[in-house]
Design a protein around this ligand. Structure first.
Ligand SMILES: Nc1ncnc2c1ncn2[C@@H]1O[C@H](COP(=O)(O)OP(=O)(O)OP(=O)(O)O)[C@@H](O)[C@H]1O
Length: 206
């Protein structure tokens, strides 16, 4: 799939947050979205995820077959959106059933993110970083070409950040696209960078 964003503008509470955001992403591309607190990074992801209507501009999807944009994406937001009373494994079964397009089985997905032992543990018993990893394991249980990740490394220790980086790079190598907001560097090879300010700046990084 290919994703183009043209002249996107966002308003929240009748206030213009950003405007003039444009970029195009091809299979294998990654875009890091940066900007100060409140610049609108999460809002941009919410627009792409179909959770927020843009004030102007459009989002174009190409080469995605019959799939609509919501059917093409994973969205991992600030909140982990896990059910605390269910185990890590049950949360992933729920996500896979809900999303469709099954990929890894929940035990394999947890193992891939270094959390195999949490399969039968209620999420309520897990630490913040472990809950974040369960949320990220959702990326692996359903096949979706576009990953929208809002501050994905929040609460992750350095070993888990490296696992996340490798998972993202493997997804890109398989033709996937990743858009991530982050205040911390994620060291993705050849990622584009978009800084949301009053005037957004799009530049390629090496
Ligand atoms: N539901 C809402 N209603 C009104 N304004 C909102 C709402 N959600 C966010 N905002 C405002 O929109 C602006 C952009 O918020 P957003 O969360 O997109 O910024 P951000 O760049 O992701 O910030 P951070 O780096 O702190 O996560 C902020 O000024 C915020 O107060």
């Amino acid at each position: 799939m290919r994703l183009s964003v043209e002249n996107l503008a966002c308003e929240r509470g009748e206030r213009r947050i950003f405007e003039g955001v444009s970029f195009t992403l091809e299979p294998g591309d990654a875009l890091m979205v940066r900007g100060r607190n409140g610049a609108g990074k999460s809002s941009l992801l919410e627009i792409l995820a179909g959770r927020l209507i843009p004030a102007a501009g459009r989002v174009l999807l190409r080469d995605a077959g019959e799939r609509s944009l919501p059917e093409c994406l994973h969205y991992v937001g600030h909140r982990d959106a896990l059910k605390a009373a269910l185990t890590a494994g049950e949360n992933l079964v729920f996500a896979r059933d809900f999303l469709g397009d099954p990929a890894l089985a929940p035990p394999e997905a947890l193992a891939a993110i270094g959390l195999a032992h949490a399969l039968h543990l209620p999420v309520a018993y897990l630490s913040a970083g472990q809950r974040r990893r369960v949320a990220l394991a959702r990326l692996l249980v359903a096949e979706r070409p576009l990953w929208l990740l809002d501050e994905p490394s929040t609460a992750l220790d350095s070993a888990s950040q490296e696992i996340l980086r490798l998972l993202i790079e493997a997804h890109r190598e398989a033709g996937g696209i990743v858009i991530a907001t982050t205040h911390a560097p994620l060291a993705l090879a050849g990622a584009q960078e978009l800084t949301i300010e009053r005037t957004p700046v799009l530049e390629a990084t090496s």
